[in-house]
Ligand binder design. Structure first.
Ligand code: BGC
Ligand code: BGC
Length: 818
């Protein structure tokens, strides 16, 4: 019998010869090789190592680039010039110029090598205010239109160039097989064939067509196929998880997008955070080197993901020779770049990383820079598109493409009684949380990383779905009322209810099952209520993925899967409304690129609506009542978890309160009490922004988690369960810290933890457990806990917290008898 380890090793062994061959489309170029060789001949080993390192603009300055000769910088989802959420094109160009000049500075005898400046322009140039926001990729899948994808790519490239950047981390060619994965919306389809077609089309749009004059010219950008490989194949759809699949599935399903992207000339490939059969992709030489660079003939740059190398066994965020030796050419070390640079340099000098591996990586990076014309192009702000950025970013032409994309991606799941198309000469109510909410219709990777905390005014030039409907109805002589809660002043002839998921990105969007908004039926109730008043209801569902919404589908007369359409909400009105002279202006085109589930249980086949499903106005058959059993019992938030990855879990809210009372929400970071007594910022622990740091500027402030309805912890209290807080002490000048549970009114039990925390090593993450019995002993009524976690500390104290949950597995128990 094989040992577990032997099985895992065998399961993670690749056979490159079994993979399809791909061919790098660019012919050998002697002149280019000559330039690379002569640059490299002049570079010191320090300069070469610098090329391998990419830093984030929040943690690196132009002076750092001047000194360390870094090859690349990136702007992460929350990283803006001067930290300004709404930084405009001018500020982006200024920043790009400053870094560019630093990279070209030859004082001290340095070789001038322009840098690559990357950003996640994944549905348009989504980090920049006023940019055109295209539908997210899961929406685009339903258009089945590679030519549209090409146009979106070209428009996106133009907007990126207009702000001084030259590289986007797109397209994602994931093939999501379990949409519980929070990144499913970044994938075009669950169907590998469609992903393969689209990936190549997007690469061509972004970079220009290989062999044409536009290829990588100053109107195009370097593209990235990501995340190699099987990011969409992890067990239970867990982000950064493990794809426990055969090599055949890896090859034919999850890698399907790579050969066509490579043949379209994609210049970079990003390695995945995830693992294949237990082995982290960032250290998988067989896949990165033997398959990708060998069999698939990829001759561009393999770039790492955000500190993902730090998850390789034996590595840390600032040190990972194993990743470079496995085939990574550039490491993404957003905040860890300095240590990475120093360790990598030492490892090259010691021979742990060979000279030839270093030279191969540097040569790949230089080739991409030369092909992209970065040498001799001049400062980013002087390029043609950047000279007219206000005309390019969010231009009417780009918005027109986005609006067409919205029209093409809507999928009609139900249209009973032919309630659609709507005659615009009537009185129409637009209701639901999504009626006038550009953030909700855009999703994550929009102005902020998670897309959280945004208002309509943050989207100049964009149109909400409600505003788009109102505009066209008015033009046709009808009237509208927009009211999220569905209240109207005049009874409408028809109601459009727009509702759906809150924005999310990466792992924060992972869910345990396919239930839409577990435990919160307010959208369903709104639909039922309007329908109950005899008003025909059209439901427009905003989501990054198919979810179980059979009850909502049943309750509505018509149901449209609108995905995450982005900034051009008017595209929805184009399809839902008749023209003013009563014609059908635009029919539905969208066909599902993700199967729609029949229950909330992931993988419970057959689908309710299969791949390819989508009605048009020519279809007249009614959809019969769908089964309403979700297949899931109860609300599936693990009982006893209160705070996960720095955020309150479903059913709980998180607040900060200063000495003078009024609490402020801590659901979105950063947050601060009105009197400045307590400040919260986001922090990376095991993953990005999965912890919060709290700084006290006064003695009396506290943070609290509130239960929506009181919980009974009596049983747990008797069972020796603890309240476990995963925390890190950053500074503890006072010994005042305490953790409490509260039970309404003056009912509470506070337990001092300051003295015992002070003994912990600062900067170390520890799971600190307070026995529930301690809260009871201190006065809490464990039958009626309405705040299962309250924490106070003193002026100058700084604590970081990642998780709060009931449990028994702890590093340090607080002894309340002391
Ligand atoms: C994501 C990548 C992204 C990178 C830079 C990572 O967390 O996985 O898709 O390109 O950050 O923002
Ligand atoms: C994202 C970044 C983001 C960061 C937050 C990364 O995974 O890709 O864009 O700013 O996490 O720490």
């Amino acid at each position: 019998m094989q040992s577990g380890q032997a099985w895992a090793d065998e399961a993670a062994t690749v056979h490159p010869g079994q993979w399809p061959r791909a061919t790098w489309p660019l012919p050998k170029d002697a002149a280019l090789e000559q330039r690379v060789a002569s640059l490299m001949a002049r570079m010191t080993v320090e300069e070469k190592v610098g090329q391998l390192i990419q830093a984030d603009i929040l943690s690196v300055t132009p002076d750092d680039v001047r000194k360390y000769r870094l090859g690349s910088i990136l702007a992460g989802g929350n990283s803006k010039p001067h930290g300004a959420l709404l930084a405009n094109a001018e500020q982006w160009k200024e920043l790009a110029d400053a870094f560019y000049r630093a990279s070209m500075d030859t004082s001290g005898g340095h070789v001038a090598i322009p840098l690559l400046f990357g950003i996640d322009a994944v549905h348009g140039h989504n980090n920049v205010v006023g940019a055109t926001l295209f539908p997210q990729n899961s929406a685009l899948g339903s258009a089945h239109d590679p030519e549209l994808i090409r146009e979106i790519g070209a428009a996106t490239a133009a907007e990126v160039r207009a702000t001084g950047l030259n590289w986007t981390f797109a397209p994602t060619v994931a093939v999501p097989q379990d949409v519980r994965w929070g990144r499913s919306y970044e994938g075009y389809s669950q169907d590998p064939q469609l992903v393969a077609q689209y990936g190549a089309a997007m690469v061509e749009g972004l970079q220009g067509k290989v062999g044409s004059a536009e290829f990588l010219d100053s109107s195009h950008v370097v593209a990235t196929a990501k995340h190699f490989v099987a990011d969409g194949g992890t067990k239970n759809g867990k982000d950064q998880g493990d794809a426990q699949i055969s090599e055949a599935t890896l090859r034919s399903v999850h890698a399907a997008g790579y050969p066509p992207a490579i043949e379209a000339g994609v210049q970079t490939v990003m390695a995945s955070f995830s693992s294949w059969n237990g082995e982290k992709m960032h250290a998988n030489k067989g896949l990165l080197t033997d398959v990708l660079k060998g069999r698939l003939d990829f001759q561009g740059i393999v770039v790492g993901d955000w500190n993902a190398h730090g998850q390789v066994p034996g590595c840390s965020n600032d040190d990972c020779p194993a990743a470079i030796n496995a085939g990574l050419d550039m490491l993404m070390g957003p905040d860890s770049w300095r240590g990475l640079y120093e360790h990598t340099l030492a490892e090259v000098k010691s021979g742990l990383i060979s000279q030839s591996r270093l030279d191969d990586a540097v040569a790949r990076i230089l080739r991409v820079k030369i092909r992209a014309g970065l040498f001799g192009q001049g400062a980013p702000s002087t390029l043609p598109l950047a000279m007219k950025s206000t005309e390019v970013v969010g231009s009417p032409a780009h918005r027109a493409i986005a609006r067409r994309a919205v029209r093409e991606t809507l999928v009609l799941l139900k249209n009973n009684g032919g309630v659609l198309p709507i005659d615009p000469r009537q009185h129409i109510l637009v209701a639901g949380d999504g009626a006038d909410n550009i953030s909700r219709q855009s999703g994550g990777w929009t102005l902020t990383w998670q897309g959280a905390g945004l208002k309509n005014e943050n989207f100049p030039g964009a149109q909400s779905i409600g505003a788009g409907l109102a505009e066209q109805v008015r033009a046709a002589g009808g009237t509208t009322e927009i009211a999220a809660d569905g209240h109207y002043t005049r009874k409408p002839d028809v109601a459009v209810v727009v509702f759906g998921e809150d924005p999310y990105a990466e792992f924060q969007g992972d869910i345990p099952n396919l239930m839409y908004r577990p435990g919160d039926d307010h959208d369903l109730e709104l639909i039922r209520q309007l329908h109950g008043q005899g008003i025909p209801v059209v439901a427009v569902f905003l989501s990054g993925r198919p979810l179980w919404v059979n009850r909502e589908i049943n309750a509505a007369d018509a149901f449209v899967a609108a995905w995450l359409p982005g900034s051009e909400g008017g595209g929805v009105a184009d399809v839902l409304l008749r023209t003013r002279d009563g014609r059908i202006g635009h029919d539905f085109h969208g066909k599902l690129a993700y199967a729609w589930p029949r229950s909330a249980v992931a993988g419970d086949g057959p689908a309710q609506f299969p791949l390819g499903y989508g009605l048009t106005y020519a279809d007249h058959a009614d959809v019969p009542t769908l089964p309403e059993a979700s297949g899931i019992s109860g609300v599936q938030v693990p009982v006893g978890n209160y705070l996960e990855r720095g955020k309150a879990v479903h059913g709980y809210t998180f607040t900060l309160a200063g000495g003078t009372g009024t609490a402020v929400s801590a659901d979105v970071s950063p947050a601060e009490t009105a009197d400045g007594s307590l400040r919260m910022t986001a922090l990376d622990y095991k993953a990005q922004e999965d912890a919060r740091r709290f700084s006290w500027n006064k003695d009396s402030a506290e943070l609290a988690i509130h239960a929506q309805s009181p919980i009974d912890l009596d049983r747990e209290t008797n069972g020796d369960v603890l309240l476990v807080t995963t925390l890190r002490v950053d500074a503890l000048p006072t010994a005042q810290a305490w953790i409490g549970m509260e039970c309404g009114g003056h009912c509470q039990g506070h337990v001092a933890i300051g003295a015992q925390l002070a003994k912990l090593a600062p900067g170390q993450w520890v799971r600190v457990g307070v026995p529930l019995k301690c809260f009871r002993a201190a006065g809490a009524d464990m039958h009626h806990i309405d705040q299962p976690f309250v924490l106070g500390a003193g002026n100058g104290d700084v604590l970081a917290i990642h998780r709060v949950a009931l449990g028994t597995d702890v590093d340090q128990v607080i002894d309340c008898a002391k």
